[in-house]
Design a protein around this ligand. Structure first.
Ligand SMILES: Nc1ncnc2c1ncn2[C@@H]1O[C@H](COP(=O)(O)OP(=O)(O)O)[C@@H](O)[C@H]1O
Ligand SMILES: [Mg+2]
Length: 447
């Protein structure tokens, strides 16, 4: 029982590694330098400011329309001939608003440019540092780690999962922040300008958020299903072409072509559903501005005739609510991508925290000096971590003198390569030891 426990402990250690490193880095930004952090903070502020400023365009728009309207009324009230009394005043005001527009456009351009460049710059650097750290941690792992992973899994983690992470912390984060700021600012502007009209039009936000997030999630799901099926199709094509001689020899071209067709059809179904949904969503987005305008001008006209709203207020709300609604619809997909980033990153961090029980870079432990090569196996048993039920070697003892040729002979699967695996320390023996006997000093060192 005792020895069973010991074997189990040895196997567990190889499969799960040592206790995870408590000081392992667990946050993406711990892979950034202080300079990166400064850039991120600046980009963060720029993205939010850029988003907040956007709806202010509608305020200037409303003011401009208001000024034009007032001037038109004054002009209509004054005699037809003779100089226009309010013209100079109106021109001055319109010039001021035009300048505001130019300033706003320049500010938004600079802010969004700075935020985008900043996020991409840091994201690229963080992803590179993370890729490096991941590869460094992977090459320290023991063989049981690689036995448990499919051959392409590590490479795909480095390529596709890291790309996921990189996208998340660059474009998605910038879009999410700007969109959130645009929506919040638009919401506040509408309430401040005329809260009653703003409330009448506010269902547009809810509809847009609901429709955006629901259809976005479904489209992603359909794309995923389509991707799985088309991967099967391309896998089949790859295998068929690479073993085309056998395919000809067996005369199975038609069968394989039919199978390929089946996979393509399987991929086509979710793709088509995604297409319909995407079409519906695009059309819905086109429907939104006229509907919001209609509702705003209808509600606004009610308040206007009662003297409770001005043309400027109504025009501002008509524009700002559309901006806010388009802001909200960009938040959901960006937020979903951020969640995917966090989950990819957490898998990566968990793997990086794994401490290998046979770490080639760990300098601690006994070092054999003056190694001669007199190797001796004493009662060595081996169970592979992936096959805990099979005893591959049972109390094997023999010695290989240095500078002599030793032949290990046996049937296939008898464990010859396993002895070499143990010598190379790819696996741990479940009992016994492998030693180097140094004849002159009569010392025994465990390999
Ligand atoms: N990494 C491994 N994980 C699980 N079982 C293994 C592994 N490597 C070898 N084995 C199994 O151990 C046994 C001995 O294999 P091996 O040492 O390769 O034999 P030989 O080299 O004498 O042909 C075989 O049953 C083989 O299937
Ligand atoms: Mg072999």
């Amino acid at each position: 029982m005792d020895s069973d426990d010991k074997v189990k402990r040895i196997l567990d250690r190889q499969v799960h590694g040592l206790a995870p490193d408590p000081f392992a880095k667990k946050s993406l930004y711990s892979y950034s330098t202080p300079r990166d952090k400064v850039i991120i903070v600046i980009s963060f502020i720029c993205a939010i400011l850029g988003g907040v400023l956007n709806p202010l365009i509608s305020v200037i728009y409303g003011q401009t329309v208001g000024t034009l309207g007032t001037h038109h009324q004054t002009r209509a009230g004054s005699p037809d001939s003779g100089p226009d009394p309010g013209a100079a005043d109106a021109r001055r005001q319109l010039l001021r608003f035009t300048l505001y527009w130019v300033y706003l456009a320049a500010a938004i351009f600079v802010l969004i440019y700075a935020a985008t460049v900043g996020f991409y710059y840091v994201g690229e650097r963080v992803a590179r540092a993370l890729r490096n750290a991941y590869l460094r941690s992977v090459v320290r792992q023991n063989m049981a780690f690689f036995d448990a992973h499919a051959p392409g899994a590590v490479a795909s983690r480095i390529m596709s999962d890291m790309t996921h992470v990189q996208e998340g912390i660059t474009s998605r984060l910038a879009i999410a922040l700007t969109a959130l700021a645009t929506f919040s600012s638009a919401f506040v502007v509408a309430l401040v300008v005329h809260w009653r009209i703003a409330l009448v039009v506010s269902p547009a936000y809810v509809l847009m958020a609901l429709f955006g997030s629901l259809s976005g999630a479904r489209v992603v799901q359909y794309h995923r299903e389509a991707k799985v099926a088309s991967e099967k199709a391309s896998g089949l094509a790859h295998e068929t072409i690479s073993s085309i001689r056998q395919v000809y020899a067996l005369g199975i071209q038609h069968r394989l072509a039919a199978k390929y067709d089946g996979f393509l059809k399987e991929a086509g179904r979710p793709s088509r559903k995604a297409l319909y949904l995407l079409g519906l969503f695009t059309a819905w987005c086109q429907l939104l501005p006229p509907s919001v305008h209609a509702l705003t001008f209808w509600a606004g006209s009610q308040f206007l005739v009662q003297g409770g709203a001005s043309v400027a207020q109504i025009s501002t709300i008509a524009i700002v609510v559309v901006m806010g609604a388009f802001g909200i619809v960009r938040i959901a997909p960006a937020a979903q991508a951020l969640v995917a980033t966090v989950s990819s990153a957490s898998v990566i961090f968990r793997e990086m925290a794994r401490r290998s029980p046979q770490d080639p870079f760990d300098p601690s432990g006994a070092v054999i000096e003056g190694f001669k090569g007199n190797i001796e196996l004493r009662g060595v048993s081996l169970v592979y971590p992936k096959r805990p039920d099979a005893q591959v070697m049972k109390e094997v003892s023999f010695s290989c003198p240095a500078m002599k040729t030793t032949a290990i002979v046996g049937t296939s699967g008898s464990g010859k390569s396993s002895i070499i695996n143990l010598l190379e320390r790819f696996y741990e023996p479940t009992s016994g030891e492998i030693c180097e006997r140094t004849p002159f000093k009569s010392r025994i060192l465990v390999l």
